[in-house]
Design a protein around this ligand. Sequence first.
Ligand code: ATP
Length: 290
Amino acid sequence: MRLRALAKINLGLDVVRKREDGYHELRMIMQTINMYDQLEMEISEEAGIHITTNLPFVPTNENNLVYKAAKLLMDEFHVEQGLCVNLQKFIPVAAGMAGGSSDAAAAMIGVNRLFQLGLSVKELMERGVKVGADVPYCLLRGTALAEGIGEKLRALPACPDCYVLIGKPGISVSTKFVYENLHANELKEHPPIDRMLEAIQWHNLNKLADLMGNVLETVTIPRYPVIEEIKNHMKEHGALNAMMSGSGPTVFGLFDDRQMAEYACEALRESRLAKTVFLTTVFNNGGRRK
Ligand code: ATP
């Protein structure tokens, strides 16, 4: 069985407050894009879960989210056969694009089908949150509002079709570092998430792009100015707007014109500001997985 695990970007990311238990309460507008990892899954007569991958630094043991997701379901349903998974990674790792969470979501879909467990997407989502806060969203896909720690989801009308230019600089940003250095309860400005929801409702791409905001940039940009440089590069080359996704360091730019997007993509490659440069589109399926 072959499955695609699609990446996400955050069109908006707000941290409402830091809770007493240390978790941050978020409000995020999530958008699936047509950039994906590929999973090949098959039943094996040998018990256990065996993972292979094209990236040497991605774990293939129980630390891989694919392993955790498959094991969760296989244990609950007492599956005695084994599972082999070949994971081809194309989504940048530790980049704010939910690559690992999306792989986990695809693994749950695959295990459910291969072993005929009969679970609905909703039932998979209830279980997925135990693997990671973004896993339920990766099962839902499309455009959605995520609240709480990211697990409270509301499907939204589809984001207007557009081109998405991805630029990931060759640096690693620790999510832990970002949240530890965010003084959530002292933030002066918050992205206008509610107005963004209206722009989505009205199908207004220009308005939506204008309103985009990510509070985590207040931590990452002063520390890693290349993020700002990539944003500026995209805007100077015709992006409606550009922003960091998640806790970074990936930057994305939205374009309504294909030629302009291709031109900006080429220029970004030549600039060498970003290590990974990829041009794609938003993915909308009304929340249903094909
Ligand atoms: P998010 O947007 O949810 O913050 P991310 O892009 O920051 O996700 P991932 O690419 O999902 O982060 O991976 C973060 C870490 O998780 C990696 O450093 C890696 O060691 C580990 N990991 C576990 N499973 C996977 C997987 N299937 N793919 C990539 N990384 C994985």
